[in-house]
Write a protein that binds this ligand. Sequence first.
Ligand code: S2G
Ligand code: ZN
Length: 455
Amino acid sequence: MTEALATIFPPNRITRDAEDLDHWGSDRTTAYRAAPSAVVFPETLDEVVALVRLANARAFALVPSGGRTGLSGGAVAERGEVVVSFDRMNRILGFDPAERLVRCQAGVATGALQAFAEERGLFYPVDFAASGSSQIGGNIATNAGGIRVIRYGLTRDWIAGLTAVTGAGDVLRCNNGLVKNATGYDFRHLLIGSEGTLGLVVEADVRLANPPQPQRVMVLGCSAFDALMHVLGAFQQGVTLSAFEFFSDSALAKVRAARDLPPPLRDACPFYALLEFDESALDAASRAFERCLERSWVADGVLSQSDAQAARLWALREGISESLAPHTPYKNDLSVRLSDMPKFLEAADALISQAYPEFEVCWYGHIGDGNLHLNILKPSGWSEPEFRAHCHRVSPELFKLVAEYSGSISAEHGVGLLKREFLGYSRSPEEVALMRGLKRTFDPNGVMNPRKLIP
Ligand code: S2G
Ligand code: ZN
């Protein structure tokens, strides 16, 4: 195979070094052992096309690799695949200030795109803890969400066009940045969220927003899960929220210990809400806060008085994922309709307490858009395989509950390898059959990220 790859890539853009194979063959999902056969680093669309056609001709599989921040094993190569790293396709190719459109190669880091926008007085609003190392191509492949979906939507909402190479080796230039284009199926939206199983996103036309007004941040202490939804309702009556996040006291304790941060409030609370909103809405936010105090939905709260303090409050939320990592968490990333959230939360909490009486459970996430992150922490006395096997056995119970609420077993992290066998809890047999049909159409020889997403 290496000699075949060498017909496309120079020696410095192919590696079979053991450390490289491990590095580029994995993402942040710790449950799998990376075992690719090689890693290649394309620099041009033509090289990507040549690689995909070679994969078809020589029947080897490809696994796309961006920032390798994925949490469902979507970028894991564990069966001798060739990893396609976009690290060297990380240029911004063009910018149209009138249309506020940036043409990026897939390997542009999300944080670099955010900085590019800010330097030009604009704003790329999709943001999450891993944005410093994730890449726009991977964000597109998983339709990444993050902390500001409640106001700005998901990655999908900011992609005005994209160029991809299908599994058959054809180049699709989708939508070309047009605002309107009523000419049939929009393959852009089929490729967004396809987790590299239909084709490789190589370039994207990304829309930028006007910069937000100055923001204020509040952290509120809540007595119980269901209070969080009352707080959301109270604030949404007069405030356009830029973010509405939550975290449990157990999650906060891990961040505080890892980062030596002070508590946000004088007394500990079971749950905390973190809100961000336009400074111009401060009066309405203060009135909503008073109402939440009167109704005992909130016990206490703090309002940022400076950008530095706002950043410290955000650190309590954004630091959770990294602070939990040493505890080998078994992660669930669930979503239900907001109107179902109170009942779902109550049922899920009861199920989890009964299923994991001896495990420490951390709840956190983007509750303002219906997305909960549930992390079960591995007890020190358990091996990782037995811990994962135990949690994996409980997952069907939890996913059955999600299905009762017509929710999603993967709100934003994608299905990848981790949730593939559970896809039927959120997608009907008819839908899965259609997904298989699309896979055969786009990737007739099955070279694109096999065994991911589709059971
Ligand atoms: C979050 C980040 C990944 C994780 O913090 O919102 O999506 O560890 C997560 O759950
Ligand atoms: Zn998240």
